[in-house]
Design a protein around this ligand. Structure first.
Ligand code: ARG
Length: 451
């Protein structure tokens, strides 16, 4: 027989297939700390409204706290017949303490309960992710500091463009991750309101002190429309967007590092602890952490799509489809946490092969733009300067003579001996002093600012 708590009007038991199809306890069990905190706050409001005696309230509170301990100790038996975390906890409480437990669901619904639980879950996890992101930023910053002055080609179209430094390149990711933290913090701010008291969809004829419940749970306030409060999942979508975009950033970082550790680039060396071998090819040392990060972050994007599509066709208010919000949410949080932990460890230990970076950055073609800038300083309009340097580049490609060794005056008399002074990497970098540019001085100042 079914253990469900809504069987009053039903003459037949629920099909076991339907139970199996509808249960969410196999994954929403992890909402238990939030579910229990919400129930205790709700019960306290019931007591304050005169609906529970002191004795009943304390039975409920103690009962719920013992259930929490039992869950933590692995002593609690979750039942699929009780569908979800809300009914599992409540049914067990009533089994243990009797009459008082049966009063707990007064003036609430699983609909406002689940919205409360998932808001609290998102809040907690967002706080953890922000701290984890700070940890990854710190690891990147440490590497950026060590290699602040290490010159590196900067690429567009994966073709060498202009010189930068490893520090500048790594700081680009520190910036992205900081905006990711900002988006998470913003989502947290908006989601931190209490839906409790919204009931199934239309509040309740029994008025509990919603603000007191909200305050006890650390919410900044209460939701202001009962239908919106239980029907929308925008706070989950925002969390999934922020985690998804963070995943996109980390995927790009992975891709950079995968390229950097090839024999062809050779800019980075990972520690043995953060690479894996081949069961066949004895020489291999593969960047699996980066590849798995690139691969797994696809799921973060998919999870956002999953939720948006689940919600888009739903009439107000609650529809059971909304139960499908949790698997993508939990997956994104779990996946991103793991990605941040492993990448932080790997990046803290990675070494840059400075001589390889310098060799690659010493390609004089990287300073073709600087040569055009030099012409501009001699009064040549930029479009004309671009053309003149283009001719020099063509000559270098044709003859195989490096750009910095050509007889430039032969190409155009505007080139004087001084033109060659352009071909000095240190000077080229040092000249890039505008805010945001990669002069070593700027990079060091940025590192200091981040620290
Ligand atoms: N397990 C449900 C969910 O996650 C809880 C809300 C159930 N509400 C209902 N009316 N069946 O959405």
């Amino acid at each position: 027989t079914s253990a469900a708590m809504w069987k009053g009007r039903f003459a037949q038991d629920t099909s076991s297939l339907v139970q199996q199809f509808g249960e969410s306890i196999s994954y929403d069990w992890r909402l238990y700390p939030h579910d229990i905190a919400g129930s205790i706050a709700h019960a306290r409001a019931q007591k304050n409204a005169g609906l529970l005696t002191e004795e009943e309230f304390s039975q409920i509170e103690t009962g719920l706290l013992v259930i929490k301990e039992d869950i933590e100790a692995g002593r609690f038996e979750f039942k699929a017949s009780l569908e979800d975390i809300h009914m599992n906890v409540e049914a067990e409480l009533t089994k243990r303490i009797g009459a008082a437990g049966a009063k707990l669901h007064t003036a609430r619904s699983r609909n406002d309960q689940v919205a409360t639980d998932t808001r609290l879950y998102c809040r907690t996890e967002i706080e953890g992710l922000i701290a984890d992101l700070s940890g990854l930023q710190a690891a990147l910053l440490d590497r950026a500091e060590k290699y602040a002055a290490t010159v590196l080609p900067g690429y567009t179209h994966l073709q060498r463009g202009q010189p930068v430094t490893v520090g500048h390149h790594l700081l680009a990711y520190v910036e992205m991750l900081d905006r990711d933290k900002g988006r998470l913090a913003d989502a947290r701010k908006r989601l931190n309101v209490s839906p409790l008291g919204s009931g199934a969809l239309a509040g309740s004829t029994i008025n509990l002190d919603r603000r007191a419940i909200a305050a006890e749970l650390g919410f900044d306030g209460v939701t202001t429309n009962s239908m919106d409060a239980i029907a929308d999942r925008d706070y989950i979508a925002e969390t999934l967007f922020a985690t998804g975009l963070c995943g996109v950033h980390l995927s790009r970082l992975s891709e950079d590092l995968i390229l950097w550790c090839t024999a062809e680039f050779g800019f980075v060396a990972f520690s043995d602890a953060h690479t894996t071998g081949s069961s066949l090819m004895p020489q291999k040392k593969n960047p699996d952490v980066c590849e798995l990060t690139r691969g797994k972050t696809g799921r973060l994007v998919g999870n956002l799509m999953n939720l948006l599509v689940a919600v888009k066709g739903l009439p107000l208010t609650y529809n059971r489809d909304l139960q499908e919000d949790k698997p993508p949410l939990f997956d994104s949080i779990d996946t991103l946490k793991l990605i941040l932990a492993v990448n932080t460890e790997m990046i803290a230990a990675m070494e840059i092969r400075e001589e390889r970076c310098l060799t690659a950055a010493s390609d004089p073609m990287l300073l073709a733009t600087d040569l055009a800038d030099w012409l501009v300083k001699q009064g040549v309009p930029f479009r004309h300067a671009h053309e003149l340097v283009g001719k020099a580049v063509a000559e270098a490609v044709k003859t195989g003579v490096p750009l910095d060794q050509l007889d430039l005056a032969q190409i155009d008399p505007v080139y004087t001996e001084d033109a060659k002074s352009v071909f000095n990497l240190q000077r080229a970098l040092a000249a890039r002093t505008n805010p945001g540019s990669p002069s070593v001085e700027n990079v060091k100042a940025e590192i200091a600012r981040w620290k």
